[in-house]
Ligand binder design. Structure first.
Ligand code: COA
Length: 303
């Protein structure tokens, strides 16, 4: 495929950390990976990969093991053409032992605070220089956070690193790091500003207060608010829709919208134009236009 500008391929070039090839689905007890067939995908064989952070007794907090597993899953998803959409969620609470109270529902209740104890800036720095949130953010494929419960600190930042957020009313989003003598470190200050605007972001970061699912939906933090029993079906309906698009075109669409975050307005307009024009050299544009005019279903090649 020909490119009409430097912007195009430079800006959507894969993050170097995601380039390593992994042919088999990584396995981990702290990150369950379920691959569901994308029903209407072309090229055929598309998958929706659902990743469940699985530490329900610690409200799915992100410890080093979870972070490593998510990074491996990102590298695998990026290098596997069959993966069309990634969904990230948290494990449901387990049935408590007799006489004990049940743990609350949680997406991810943050970075594992126990790993912070006694750490210096020199020790924490490498972990945050090669952080899990950038891996998720840098995936070129559509990503959806499926949230039922606490999405706090690093957990809210996983949700913010996804393209879409689908949540239940009983969810709570927040950046409570201020209460630990910290601030968000996984991109929360920046991504909240871009998504919600300066005023709301400032209030959430400074107060550390949580925003419930309904409020999160009202202010645009959440794309869709659903009942708990409909969370998976609504998420899959949206994922299936995204997985039915041309995998190449959807990657370019994501890059074009992201250009709005990286560029001044006029440069972003030009970036979009470059990407739009370059698509005229793709097979899938020819296929899509022909299918429309012939009233047929487009069968994408992904090229
Ligand atoms: N890191 C490590 N452990 C965590 C955790 C985190 N971010 N969030 C919850 N847990 C653990 C608790 O220590 C507890 O473990 P235990 O049962 O072995 O003692 C378990 O998960 C259940 O949490 P608990 O606090 O008992 O549940 P709760 O219903 O009383 O409160 C929260 C729920 C979410 C309000 C509370 O757990 C909380 O404030 N968590 C920390 C959120 C946070 O600050 N995140 C940002 C981190 S940078």
């Amino acid at each position: 495929m020909k490119s009409t500008s430097d912007f195009h391929y430079h800006s959507i070039e894969k993050d170097w950390r995601l380039r390593r090839h992994m042919s088999t689905t990584p396995e981990s007890t702290v990150l369950k990976i379920e691959n569901v067939p994308a029903e209407d995908s072309s090229p055929a064989g598309g998958l929706i990969s659902i990743w469940t952070v699985n530490r329900p007794n610690k409200l799915n907090a992100l410890n080093a093991e979870v972070n490593t597993a998510i990074k491996s899953a990102c590298a695998w998803a990026e290098s596997n053409d069959d993966v069309r959409v990634v969904v990230i969620t948290g494990a449901a609470p387990e049935t408590p032992p007799e006489g004990k109270r049940a743990k609350p529902n949680s997406f991810v209740a943050g970075a594992d605070i126990s790993e912070f104890q006694g750490m210096s800036s020199v020790e924490i720095r490498p972990i945050f220089d090669d952080n899990v949130w950038e891996y998720v953010w840098n995936l070129s494929k559509p990503t959806i956070a499926m949230v039922d419960g606490f999405a706090l600190g690093g957990g809210s930042e996983i949700a913010l690193s996804c393209d879409l957020r689908i949540a239940t009313a009983r969810s709570n989003f927040g950046t409570p790091e201020i209460n630990l003598g910290l601030i968000p470190g996984g991109g929360g200050t920046q991504r909240l500003c871009r998504l919600l605007g300066y005023g709301r972001a400032m209030e959430m970061v400074m107060s550390g207060e949580m925003v419930n699912g309904e409020e999160a939906h009202r202010i645009g933090l959440v794309n869709h608010l659903v009942e708990p029993e409909a969370l998976r079906s609504k998420t899959m309906e949206i994922a299936q829709g995204l997985a039915s698009k041309s995998p190449h075109t959807i990657r370019i669409a994501k890059a074009a919208v992201r250009a709005a975050l990286e560029n001044p307005f006029s440069a972003g307009i030009l970036a979009e134009r470059d990407l739009f024009c370059a698509l005229f050299d793709t097979e899938d544009m020819a296929i899509g236009v022909k299918a429309f005019l012939n009233r047929e279903k487009a069968e994408w090649t992904g090229a």
